[in-house]
Structures are given as structure tokens and as C-alpha cells.
Design a protein around this ligand. Structure first.
Ligand SMILES: C[C@@H](CC(=O)O)C(=O)C(=O)O
Ligand SMILES: [Zn+2]
Length: 326
């Protein structure tokens, strides 16, 4: 039987180097994690106890839990903070957020795969209320290894494990998170693009008070180069994740994650860790780009609170900067 014609992975307008791929116990892998550099770890066994998860198994063992499912008219799932919508009068939610059982999700998934009219993405923190078999699989994760990572790198507490079940072709557009992330792939194949925090200028993030805070305004597949010309200066990394792979996504690193087309439904679980509050960390100069992002965020929040009107923030910041351009 002829192999399925698989679309070549999308070619972007900027260079992409490969994220290093190393055995999880390789000292070089440890050095990259300590240096807050991305790395794909193989052989960690982190989620081996869940590599058998598929739609049927999850339907059978999560039947009584309600899940958050996003629906999109295209294959993009740009995250938005609902609590910030009232401040942004003209905001239009790019996805519809629904609640449903896992069996209902599987049914809607099958319909969407046939109709090709919309896409679905289940995204739900794994908490109590799941079936006993899921709990057994969960407690059998390689917690010894990941807790050692958390301790050795002085990370804060585990904040959540997000279960992600996506359709082939889904894309979570480029954004950064304020947490350390071990991203584990269970089923299907995901292509991840990553950009260092110092690429901030080329990714044009939304304002902090915007519902799309932490998201880039740029569509990387079809960038508006008039509005966002520095996209052409982007230098990125890419990694392809197969079941069992774990990608370390450092805090403040930009990332775009795609469920490869024609590779079927994807299942992933992330491990998000808060950072310890900065008073416990010694500050060394020159500041890292990630530290400068934290400073920029705090300044934008202070100015927004002080002005009391989000429409005054941009003119205020422009006045402040233009008065000092060298
Ligand atoms: C939700 C995930 C993206 C994806 O898997 O679609 C992500 O951005 C993260 O784990 O930080
Ligand atoms: Zn993310």
C-alpha cells in the first residue's frame, strides 16, 4: 500500500537548529537543564507507565470526570486569560471552551475528523476524580528522577500536570510560560519550535493586561512582515517528540507546539514547576534575558495599575522611551 502522502513539515522564514537529543542520564543533559537550555531527554521512563494510554483506555477509566475541551474553526489554539477580557472591549475569543466527559470528547473528535469543519483540543489538569487505573499509572511515573531534577535545580513546587489530547494538525501558537516545564509525549508525534527569551523583540508579545498576555502577535506560518519585520531576525530551535520523549522547556522560552498532520491523535502530559521567589536567588550581572522579561512585565503591570487606563499605557511608555532614545 502506497505510504500516505505526508505533508512535509512547514518550512518557516527563519533558521531552526535542532534541540539536542540526549539520554536522560547523560551529564551533558544535566548541564543543559542547569543552564536553562532546552533538551530532549530519552530513556527517562518518566511516563512509561502511561505509554499505553489511548482514547479507549482513557474513556474507560475517566468516564466520570468533566474535561475542558477547546474548539477552534482553524487548527490554531491560542491561549487567552478570560479574566482579562473585560479590559479588552474588542477582544474576540479565538476558541470556544466547553466541558464534557471523555467519551463525549471522543465522539466529537470523530465527528470533527470527518467534517474537517473544526478542530478540538482537550486540555485538563490531572487531579483527583480520575479512575483507579489512571491513578496507578500516574503514581508509577518516574517521580524519583523528576523530583531530583526539581531539587537539584532549586525549582519551586509542581504546580500542575496538564493532560493534552489533540487532533492531528493542532497548533498551540508561539508563547512563553512563567514556569519550568518537563513536557512528556505519550502518543502521536509533536513538532516543537523554541526561541530563547532574548528573541523577545522579534516575537512582539501582546501587552501584559491583554487576554493574550504571554502570546506572540505573530503568526509564524504567515507573518505580517510589515507589522512585525523583526520576525526575519528570528533564530529558533526545533524538536520532534515521539512517545517516551521528554522535552525540557525552560521558563520564559518561547515555544510553538504542533501535532503533526497525518500522525494521528496526540497525547501529552506536561509537568509545570513554579520558580522560587527571587529574594532567595542571588542576582548576578549582566542580567539574563529571562530576568529582563520579568522586569519588563513588572514595569508594564505597575504602569498599567498607576495609569488606571490601559489605553494610556502605550502612549505613556512611548513618551518615556522616545524621550531617551540615544
Ligand atoms: C499546552 C502546551 C502546548 C501543546 O502541547 O499544545 C504548552 O504550551 C506547554 O506545555 O507549555
Ligand atoms: Zn506553553
Amino acid at each position: 500500500m502506497a505510504a500516505e502522502a505526508v505533508d512535509p513539515p512547514h518550512r518557516y522564514k527563519f533558521p531552526l537548529s535542532k534541540v539536542p537529543r540526549l539520554p536522560y542520564d547523560d551529564p551533558q543533559a544535566q548541564r543543559l537543564i542547569s543552564a536553562q537550555q532546552p533538551v530532549v531527554l530519552t530513556g527517562s521512563g518518566l511516563v512509561d507507565s502511561a505509554l499505553h494510554w489511548n482514547l479507549d483506555y482513557l474513556s474507560d477509566n475517566m468516564a466520570n470526570t468533566q474535561f475542558t475541551v477547546y474548539q477552534s474553526d482553524n487548527y490554531y489554539f491560542k491561549y487567552y486569560e478570560a479574566r482579562k477580557i473585560p479590559q479588552q472591549k474588542d477582544f474576540v475569543s479565538p476558541t470556544i471552551q466547553m466541558q464534557m466527559s471523555f467519551p463525549e470528547f471522543v465522539e466529537k473528535l470523530k465527528e470533527a475528523q470527518c467534517s474537517k469543519k473544526h478542530w478540538l483540543y482537550l486540555q485538563q489538569p490531572l487531579t483527583e476524580g480520575v479512575g483507579d487505573k489512571i491513578v496507578q499509572d500516574f503514581v508509577s511515573f518516574n517521580w524519583r528522577w523528576i523530583s531530583k531534577q526539581q531539587k537539584e535545580n532549586n525549582w519551586g513546587p509542581l504546580s500542575s500536570n496538564l493532560l493534552l489530547v489533540g487532533m492531528a494538525g493542532n497548533i498551540t501558537p508561539v508563547h512563553y510560560d512563567e514556569q519550568q516545564n518537563f513536557f512528556a509525549q505519550l502518543r502521536g508525534v509533536k513538532r516543537c519550535l523554541l526561541f530563547a527569551p532574548d528573541q523577545f523583540k522579534s516575537l512582539y508579545p501582546f501587552p501584559v493586561y491583554h487576554p493574550h498576555d504571554r502570546q506572540s502577535q505573530v503568526n509564524l506560518e504567515n507573518p505580517n512582515l510589515e507589522k512585525f519585520p523583526k520576525v526575519l531576525e528570528l533564530k529558533g530551535f526545533e524538536a520532534t517528540l515521539h512517545p517516551g520523549d521528554v522535552l525540557y522547556i525552560p521558563i520564559y522560552w518561547w515555544h510553538q507546539i504542533e501535532s503533526l498532520p497525518q500522525k494521528g491523535v496526540t497525547i501529552s502530559i506536561n509537568f509545570w514547576y513554579k520558580v522560587r521567589n527571587s529574594c532567595q536567588q542571588t542576582v548576578t550581572y549582566p542580567l539574563a534575558a529571562s530576568q529582563k522579561i520579568a522586569i519588563m512585565r513588572n514595569i508594564e503591570k505597575m504602569v498599567t495599575d498607576a495609569l488606571g487606563d490601559i489605553n494610556e499605557v502605550a502612549p505613556f511608555m512611548r513618551t518615556m522611551v522616545l524621550g531617551r532614545v540615544d
